[in-house]
Design a protein around this ligand. Structure first.
Ligand SMILES: *[C@@H]1O[C@H](CO)[C@@H](O)[C@H](O)[C@H]1NC(C)=O
Ligand SMILES: *[C@@H]1O[C@H](CO)[C@@H](O)[C@H](O)[C@H]1NC(C)=O
Ligand SMILES: *[C@@H]1O[C@H](CO)[C@@H](O)[C@H](O)[C@H]1NC(C)=O
Ligand SMILES: *[C@@H]1O[C@H](CO)[C@@H](O)[C@H](O)[C@H]1NC(C)=O
Length: 479
């Protein structure tokens, strides 16, 4: 670690120590009048409180640093020891007061971002050899699953030295609407990703797929999807399962090593298509790391487009401010989805409210932004239960468009305000900007928010799944 870093760490410690030694000394030596004394004492108490808060935050950050680096652990431990000594000094000057006890017991761990995300990444370089293409087919699940499928296709195109052709918006989502594809190009280089429309134009309106090789049985392409693809000007001889012996016996083929994937899919044919790779587990440790499996120097590759980011920022400035907790509260379909799992993830509203209040207690947000598909009745009940020490914590939802409000003007003007993928991405972006995030376990929407937070450096060590580590306090029978 750089020496300058230690200087930065030491400055607040020296400052705090100096402040207390001189002002305490002055206060004792000059024995001020009773009024002045109480004013000064109040000021001193406030300064002590702030200093302990700063020191605790620093102590917590040093702890994370200790976990993240192995080389300088002795130096970090020494700094933690120093930090604690100063805390003890300040706390002892406060005597056995109520404030002193409060400061001792308070948990500041939620007031700092998660430093572990700055760890170094591994990755694969993507240098398409030119004139070799991989056409991405993504059909399973909704937007967040498709996005993961596209990310895996990018990895596979890199492993195969091919240019990735994105699916047409006529058979899939319009990725241009909610992702920043120009940013992807800037980060990964020209010729890595092209749109289907550009590819089709390059091929004069007809694309022959030389090999359609299915990762999942039948590429997850049903007759309706095949008809749509063919109507675009695409043709192929036949679909082939890459692992025919597994296709029918296993729900998801497992092939964790890149070498195995490359061996199976490597060919010199010009255009290949691979269908659906959402469930692929090739080098999962690389794919799941913040920043993804490819080598690049950007913070994030897959991120919302600029219009959505600006709209999210304007929303935060209008309604939320710099200290809000964000909650993704997935309910629709989750009662059945969660209850067939070993540990259900569907919590009764009062239990969910308790879990949220535990986070509120340690992070003290002004408001909670809620992104949910829950019914009004559930949200209203949740809101009524969000009471902490007599204060109601407001739940804020994204309101419908109102022409008197300007936060969504950019999306309205570009005709994207009612595009459901754009709106979903807007919700993700707002949540990615929150001080703390609580998600729904088992939701790819939540996973995508956690990924963005890690990549943008907004992740907080207190980010969590709702009621993580708990089980629902009531479970219905399975029907
Ligand atoms: C630890 O030190 C070695 C040798 O000085 C260096 O190569 C390595 O990058 C360091 N690792 C970290 C995490 O600082
Ligand atoms: C991709 O290109 C690299 C570097 O030229 C080469 O080592 C590798 O074998 C190629 N992989 C495939 C599948 O063609
Ligand atoms: C990529 O393409 C853009 C626009 O066509 C161009 O401005 C840029 O210089 C290219 N970058 C590289 C590295 O070739
Ligand atoms: C459920 O999970 C618990 C703890 O993780 C485990 O002990 C138990 O065997 C699991 N039950 C089933 C049916 O998988």
């Amino acid at each position: 670690m750089d020496r300058r870093y230690w200087v930065i760490l030491l400055i607040p410690i020296i400052f705090v120590t100096f402040y207390f030694s001189t002002s305490l000394r002055d206060w004792i030596q000059h024995a001020p009048s009773a009024d002045l004394k109480s004013v000064q004492q109040n000021g001193l108490m406030q300064a002590a409180q702030k200093s302990v808060l700063l020191l605790k935050t620093q102590e917590y950050g040093l702890g994370l640093l200790l976990d993240a680096t192995s080389n300088h652990s002795e130096e970090v431990m020494l700094q933690i020891k120093l930090n604690r000594q100063i805390q003890d000094l300040i706390l002892s000057s406060l005597g056995n007061s109520e404030l002193s006890n409060k400061l001792k017991s308070e948990d500041y761990s939620c007031r700092i971002r998660d430093l572990s995300t700055t760890a170094k990444r591994d990755g694969v370089a993507w240098r398409p050899s030119g004139n070799r293409y991989l056409l991405a087919i993504c059909t399973s699940g909704q937007m967040s699953n498709h996005q993961i499928c596209i990310e895996k296709h990018m990895f596979f195109a890199a492993l195969l030295n091919r240019t990735l052709v994105l699916p047409s918006f006529k058979v899939d989502y319009n990725y241009q609407h909610f992702l920043d594809l120009a940013h992807v190009q800037r980060c990964l280089g020209n010729g890595t990703v092209i749109s289907f429309e550009d590819f089709l134009a390059m091929k004069q309106g007809h694309v022959h797929v030389d090999l359609l090789l299915c990762y999942m049985h039948g590429c997850y392409l049903d007759a309706e999807h095949e008809r749509k693809w063919k109507a675009l000007g695409l043709s192929w001889e036949q679909k082939q399962d890459a692992w025919p012996e597994e296709a029918l016996t296993k729900a998801t083929p497992s092939h964790p090593h890149a070498a195995e994937f490359v061996k199976k899919f490597s060919t010199d044919l010009e255009v290949i298509a691979i269908g659906d790779v959402y469930y692929a587990d090739v080098e999962a440790h690389l794919v799941s790391q913040p920043g993804g499996p490819l080598l690049h120097s950007c913070k994030a590759i897959i991120q919302p487009n600029r219009l959505i980011v600006l709209t999210a920022q304007r929303f935060v400035q209008t309604f939320l401010g710099n200290n809000f907790l964000s909650l993704h509260f997935r309910r629709h379909g989750f009662l059945k989805f969660c209850n067939v799992k070993n540990e259900s993830c569907f919590f009764p509203i009062p239990q969910a409210a308790d879990c949220i209040l535990q986070k509120v207690r340690v992070s003290n947000p002004a408001v909670i932004y809620i992104s949910t598909d829950a019914a009004e009745s559930e949200i209203n009940l949740l809101q009524s239960l969000l009471l902490l020490d007599g204060r109601h914590i407001p739940l804020v939802r994204r309101p419908d468009h109102d022409s008197r409000e300007k936060w969504d003007a950019l999306l309205v003007r570009s005709g994207l305000a009612s595009d459901s993928e754009v709106v979903a991405m807007l919700d993700k972006t707002i949540s990615a900007l929150a001080s703390i995030f609580i998600g729904s376990s088992g939701s790819t929407f939540t996973e995508d928010i956690l990924r963005l937070r890690q990549e943008w450096g907004t992740a907080n060590s207190c980010d969590d799944y709702l009621c993580e580590g708990e089980r629902p306090n009531y479970l219905a029978d399975i029907d």
